[in-house]
Design a protein around this ligand. Structure first.
Ligand code: PLP
Length: 455
């Protein structure tokens, strides 16, 4: 394309409005505003068409790990481009995806040695749901009645119909109810708004007891429990209480129910360990990863499982035991190459080791934010934080939905050069793990100031 053929800013804005249908975006409102269009990035900064700079405060939708335009990651893609950009995994292999599967098997909780690639968080979870379902029909002895799933209130596992069936965010999911399968639902372990009406001081993890009872009662028909280890992300960054995941794992083991760990949002260092399951030494039956797998560079996802599951799918071509699921770009060599470079940087490059300093800084800001009059609760784990805004701290009364406070504060921040996205009135701060300490400090200061100056 010649320089003169390159569209002007105005053309880009017009074409964006005319043609691009943005996800999770009320398009009527979108069309009325001047769109923000990102043109380039560097480190934890994004730049728009006018050259205005923005701190990438939510890691470009929770996926960026090292920042943007990282030389080693760029180089990994460049090197792979010189070999092959894409070739299929259906029935044949490619070098980067083999190396990546090996690497994932090395760093994942022990025994998760079988790696099925896909291309988004949603597909990583969908694959686990389908594998769990099919496993029970084909294992010996088969238990074909085990077809149901259990998940938490407020769960979010992606937007395919299977994921929406196990999900539970009313405004995202209710619309599709007629198309969905029924899921057993248990209370969210939301300690700030305890669904069991308890106080943290008197709590005996009644929420996990309820989950344990459900697993015992329904084991005959339960294929698997699906959970977001670490935090329930889209529910509002709700951390699982200590010991919750361990007790869930023990209960699923006792009753031969599978455990699907959806680490799409928290895998690859976000909570301080490579995987959130590792905080409680839990080995799930399925580990679903995406977002941070490729450092947030390319659409890349994986569902890891162990040999007991894999063995049940063996059989010749006519046996019908094959896992009939796949995507054209499964195991894409560019995505696999950049994923390998990203994992290397996390481990050998010291990003994971250097996280403690950033986490401590975020903790200090969490303490300060807790004192603000409209902050009801601050939930921080590793390098992620959710700041829940309330109208009344005593009664925990939320602001009226029509006020759209979270949205307005994020808009104000955007004008000041900070990009974060709210989950209703929970402000999410989730910058790249490799963000400079001074920039993280500035990001938090902006958020603090925006909240403290909100009338
Ligand atoms: N699972 C969890 C826990 C998520 O947070 C998300 C996305 O935010 C997904 C699954 C879906 O991932 P994707 O948007 O890549 O499909």
């Amino acid at each position: 394309m010649t320089a003169s053929a390159f569209p002007s800013r105005q053309e880009l804005e017009d074409w964006d409005r005319q043609h691009v249908w943005h996800p999770f975006t009320p398009m009527q409102e979108y069309a009325q505003e001047r769109p923000l269009i990102i043109e380039r990035a560097e480190g934890a900064m994004l730049y728009d068409l006018d050259g205005n700079a923005y701190i990438d405060g939510v890691s470009s939708m929770w996926c960026n790990v090292h920042g943007h335009c990282v030389p080693e990651l760029d180089q990994a893609i460049h090197d792979q481009l010189g070999k092959v950009a894409h070739s299929t995994l259906l029935g044949i292999g490619n070098v980067p995806s083999i190396r990546l599967a090996r690497k994932l098997a090395e760093i994942a909780p022990e025994g998760l040695t079988r790696v099925f690639f896909s291309d988004s968080g949603a597909t990583a979870v969908e694959v686990a749901l389908k594998m769990a379902f099919q496993f029970w029909q084909q294992t010996t002895p088969a238990k074909p009645q085990k077809t149901r799933f259990a998940a938490l209130q407020g769960a979010y596992h992606g937007d395919t119909l299977g994921d929406v069936s196990v999900g539970d965010i009313g405004r995202f999911h209710n619309r599709f109810k007629p198309l969905l399968f029924e899921t057993f639902r248990v209370p969210s372990p939301n300690c700030y708004r305890c669904p069991m009406g308890l106080q943290p001081t008197s709590c005996l993890l009644e929420c996990v007891q309820e989950l344990e009872r459900l697993i015992e009662r329904e084991a005959e028909q339960l294929a698997a429990v699906v959970i977001e280890p670490g935090v329930q992300g889209a529910a509002g960054m709700i951390p699982l209480p200590a010991n919750y995941l361990r007790r869930l794992r023990d209960a699923t083991h006792r009753h031969d129910v599978l455990l699907i760990a959806d680490e799409v949002a928290v895998g690859f260092g976000r909570t301080g360990t490579m995987f959130a399951c590792q905080h409680e030494s839990v080995v799930p039956d399925f580990l679903c990863v995406a977002k941070g797998l490729s450092g947030g560079y390319l659409p890349m996802a994986a569902t890891l499982t162990h040999d007991r599951i894999f063995q049940a799918f063996l059989g010749d071509a006519l046996s019908g035991t094959t896992f009939f699921h796949g995507h054209t770009f499964t195991g894409n060599p560019l995505g696999a190459a950049v994923s390998l470079a990203s994992i290397d940087r996390l481990l050998e490059g010291g990003v994971l080791a250097g996280l403690a300093e950033r986490v401590q800084l975020l903790q200090r800001w969490a303490e300060r934010l807790r004192d603000l009059p409209i902050v009801g609760n601050v939930r921080q784990l590793g390098l992620l934080m959710g700041v829940e805004l309330v109208q009344n701290r005593e009664t925990k009364t939320p602001f009226p939905a029509e006020r759209r406070l979270g949205h307005h504060i994020c808009r104000k921040l955007r004008e000041q050069g900070v990009l974060i996205r709210p989950l209703r009135d929970v402000l999410v701060v989730m910058p790249p793990l490799g963000i400079d300490v001074s920039l993280l400090d500035r990001l938090c200061e902006f958020v603090y100031h925006a909240i403290s100056t909100t009338p």
